[in-house]
Design a protein around this ligand. Structure first.
Ligand SMILES: O=C(O)CCC(=O)C(=O)O
Length: 298
């Protein structure tokens, strides 16, 4: 869906207007290969968006695997094709709530009322295609270059199935993983074509310069800051940006970049995953474990 100027786009709990206070994300594919330009753009704007960075079939393989998991867990609506991802009535019990690991152990304190559900870690351990995506060479190569040293990924992968009406409130990732390196980069990967109706990521360009907010809200282990993106514009400035995502796209953002999502207005799960990378040499938040390094995979 390409929005016309003035179309209402709901972000978290505010109705925003396309082209007025929410704008298109601008892809930075032309910067790939120029690490200085990538770093400069990232430090100015707080995030990078690449179209078709990942192989569409690689991502599609992971999506199919997750759709099969959902089907096996009886989370999909009876009589529907699994790839339609239509939400069934018994989905709640089978998947862990945001912030919980298998058996409901807290992975991190969300401090919010997210309706989003995460695939249990143990489920993902037996996957083939998902693991291939999480460990794909292009991501490791990108971050080795970007950090200028060997990178490591978090062992924990946030693989999300967002039900109807579910959305993510405004937050910095520092409030969930701020006890180690500050240079961690989050990668948000849509596992399907996801437009604003289905619940896409929305990033506040320039919020990485909101020093006061970073040093107050962002410096504590807390949860969502709010569900009110317009108030952010009024208080701090910045520019909210989103797009219609296609499978293969990726958004990379730092720990102090405000982001949220549009609500899922459809009857289908919104599938996406978040991976985290940081320089190997930097301390890791003790709540998470190091995943593999590229040299251990390839
Ligand atoms: O997928 C979402 O709704 C939010 C993702 C997110 O907050 C994150 O990647 O930190």
């Amino acid at each position: 869906m390409i929005h016309e100027h003035g179309t209402v786009v709901r972000v978290a709990e505010d109705d925003m207007l396309w082209g007025v206070n929410v704008f298109p994300m601008v892809e930075q594919n032309h910067l790939l290969g120029d690490v200085d330009a990538l770093r400069e753009y990232f430090s100015k704007n707080g995030y990078l968006f690449f179209r078709g960075f990942l192989d569409r079939d690689l991502v599609g393989g992971a999506t199919t695997e997750l759709a099969t998991e959902l089907e096996n867990l009886n989370c999909l609506r009876n009589g529907t094709e699994k790839m339609e991802l239509k939400i069934g009535s018994s989905s709640e019990s089978a998947l862990s709530k945001e912030g919980e690991d298998f058996h409901g152990r807290a992975v991190y304190d969300t401090g919010n009322q997210s309706e989003s559900v995460l695939f249990q870690k143990e489920m993902l351990e037996d996957t083939t295609n998902c693991r291939e995506l999480f460990n794909c060479r292009s991501l490791f190569e990108f971050f080795n270059h970007f950090f200028g040293e060997e990178c490591v990924t978090f062992d924990y992968k946030w693989v999300r199935a967002v039900p109807s009406a579910g959305f993510t409130g405004l937050h910095f990732d520092s409030v969930y993983m701020g006890r180690g390196d500050t240079r961690i980069i989050s990668c948000w990967i849509p596992l399907d074509d996801i437009d604003a109706e289905q619940g896409g990521l929305v990033v506040c360009n320039g919020s990485n310069h909101f020093t006061e907010l970073i040093q107050t809200y962002g410096a504590n282990d807390s949860g969502w800051y709010s569900n009110a993106p317009i108030e952010i514009l009024e208080k701090y400035g910045g520019r909210w940006e989103t797009t219609d995502f296609l499978r293969g796209d990726i958004v990379m953002f730092g720990m102090s970049t405000l982001h949220a999502s549009t609500p899922n207005k459809t009857e289908r799960y919104r599938l996406s995953c978040d991976l985290r990378f940081q320089p190997l040499s930097e301390p890791m938040d003790p709540r998470y474990k190091k995943g593999k390094r590229a040299s251990e995979i390839f």
